[in-house]
Design a protein. Structure first.
Lengths: 225, 225
């Protein structure tokens, strides 16, 4: 039997990947950005076909990668990781610069960025792998450690959203599913704990439009722990 | 101007990727293994076309990924990272098991492994991206931290070999290149320092077949520091 816990031993960084231009841009939280060749320097970015940003990368032929530090504010994951750019402008009011290709680059929290021009696109089923040739790169904060997916998972208690390549259906994990009297629910985005005992209201009785009081993600993004 | 130092902010793990069977197998050190889809679970492995293992993956249609821990012995990088399986049998005397597909899986130092059946192959120039569907996964040591490329680079003082997707020509980095009277040379594999002053022999005067006394890699894999 496949032990899906082993998948957590694969290491990734945490990034905001953006595309578009100064009129129409969008971005999403990604952990699957990696270099694929050295000469010339080319990078792969893996993106769910349903992601709003996927269509924008296809249209504009470029993407930026903002490297997030360990200290990244939970609000960034709420905004870029658990909400769709179809519903609101994720870049509104955000500190953004525009690269050589015109692509928006999120500068808030960013410790380094890459800018790539798309040269290939591969179909791997539910996701595209976009291959981009590096056209620009800069370090903005050389002293902060990049956030890794492991850090996000273990320290920040974050989980991958459903569209992520590394999304894991919890039923695949061998964990105890014993019923409890009063339960705790954890926000997948920021790690905030909803304690039924403390709040005096069962989580299931909260209204459907209830949001995480810390980062604002939807009720459905909480996981029973 | 592109600041190539920014590329070190992209996070990776460190793995031994193997292919073949119990008669003919080989493996190499890789930092570019990552999940690309969740349903079904598929993984990408990026491999230089000149790597001996690349042809073996093509022939056998499978690969294994052994996750290395932070405490990985330098000898493993010397054996799997800086030498070619064309010259000797890397798996000889190694603790190996054979997976469901028959693929060799390096168990020495391994804290978890994945086994994949190749379903796609993409050409990205100097490298192939092999896409493999997960057929098995196991955790062997849940308490050890996986080694990251950043840890290998910063703590172990290791560098990527020339065939790696993340190989970086040092001349691209903005570092001082002032001449020195007596120089230090660092082993890219294990971090061993050759000190000309202490040894009394200039590094350039060492014979061409000189090897790192610690991990055994070739003279050409030392970098002047």
């Amino acid at each position: 039997m496949i032990d899906f816990n082993a998948l957590f031993k694969i290491s990734y960084g945490m990034y905001i990947v953006c595309s578009g231009d100064n009129k129409s841009g969008n971005g999403f939280v990604s952990n699957t950005v990696f270099q694929v060749t050295s000469e010339p320097a080319k990078f792969a970015s893996c993106c769910n076909k349903n992601n709003f940003t996927a269509g924008i990368i296809e249209k504009y032929g470029c993407f930026s990668v903002s490297v997030l530090p360990q200290k990244t504010d939970a609000e960034m994951f709420g905004r870029f990781g658990y909400k769709s750019g179809r519903d609101f402008d994720k870049l509104e009011g955000m500190n953004v610069k525009y690269g050589k290709t015109g692509v928006p680059i999120v500068m808030k929290e960013c410790i380094a960025y890459l800018e790539c021009k798309v040269v290939q696109k591969f179909d791997v089923g539910t996701h595209w792998i976009f291959i981009g040739e590096l056209v620009d790169a800069e370090i903005l904060d050389g002293s902060s450690e990049p956030m890794t997916y492991s850090y996000y998972h273990q320290v920040k208690k974050g989980a991958a959203p459903k569209n992520a390549p590394t999304y894991l259906d919890k039923s695949k994990l061998d964990i105890s599913k014993a019923p409890v009297e009063s339960a705790l629910y954890k926000c997948s985005a920021c790690g905030h704990i909803y304690d039924e005992k403390k709040e005096g209201v069962k989580f299931s009785d909260l209204p459907d439009d209830w949001k995480c009081p810390v980062c604002g993600v939807d009720k459905e993004d909480f996981i029973k722990i």
